[in-house]
Design a protein around this ligand. Sequence first.
Ligand code: NAD
Ligand code: LMR
Length: 338
Amino acid sequence: QPSNFQEGSDVLLKRGECRAKGGAPGFKVAILGAAGGIGQSLSLLMKMNPLVSVLHLYDVVNTPGVTADVSHMDTGAVVRGFLGQQQLESALTGMDLVIIPAGVPRKPGMTRDDLFKINAGIVRTLSEGIAKCCPNAIVNLISNPVNSTVAIAAEVFKKAGTYDPKRLLGVTTLDVVRANTFVAEILGVDPREVDVPVVGGHAGVTILPLLSQVKPPSSFTAEETEYLTNRIQNGGTEVVEAKAGAGSATLSMAYAAAKFAGACLRGLKGEAGVVECAFADSQVTELPFFATKVRLGRAGAEEVYQLGPLNEYERIGLEKAKRELAGSIQKGVEFIRK
Ligand code: NAD
Ligand code: LMR
């Protein structure tokens, strides 16, 4: 096995910790599902983040190769690999942030909910490990269906007595990334100058872009609003169909996950004004979880923002989103309670 795999990395780990103390503050980050389509690119991007001092790569297959490969990058983070469930606890112990892209992706013709059967059990097992080994870590949950898997993780944490609503975040950043891109195309501007709040959840009609709140302030015709809303809601399906059976979004998702995880780390470091959309424990609607903008700080999602003023089109969309979300959340809750 490569020297940075498992026990062999202790020397490197100590050096890594020294380096982190002497330089920028470093956080310990684990990626669960690190050998997958999202996981590999995300491992690369997190290895490039200067706020990461230690990077643990966990999967049930192929982590030795991914770990050896990523560890050769001349960036600060020390990389360690963990293979199989018997190494899950070592992978998680001491982590500040755990990112979860583990689980099966969609094929054409499937909904995200069709993944529940397999991914619900995976998320349960991984959440049990987190509750035991790093109950104070911030969790970024990517595995679909996010509208249900966040509820599953929350129930596992509640059962273990470790649930902190501020620290469990479903990752919806890809919806915002897509919305910024598609809106920028219509406006003819650089997507980096655009900010579209996307609220609700992460599947079909539960993905609700608030085009009336786009920054910079912009107006859209009814036709543009319809086109943009449909394209943002079906962005995942667009990729699934284009990949024609070879999976779903991995590269844009790794980018989005790295952006969101980077924001969580900047919040943990104490940076002010770090705001991202996320699917979190929420009192914004009558539902227990809902995606809105949240302010990320040392404690996780320290503030959950209200929706702000909605137009008629968005109010109708919100009612549709809530109806579907309620069932998906309940399905996740029942998976653990029953
Ligand atoms: P993939 O099949 O390429 O990779 C998944 C990885 O998870 C594999 O390496 C697999 O070995 C691993 N895995 C399976 N069971 C595991 C377990 N018990 N513990 C640890 N690892 C395990 O899939 P992908 O394309 O990387 O997608 C992963 C998940 O992310 C899917 O559920 C997909 O729907 C979801 N996804 C979410 C978003 C989002 O916006 N939230 C975007 C894209 C994909
Ligand atoms: C996405 O939005 O790309 C992901 O949720 C993957 C999928 O199945 O669409």
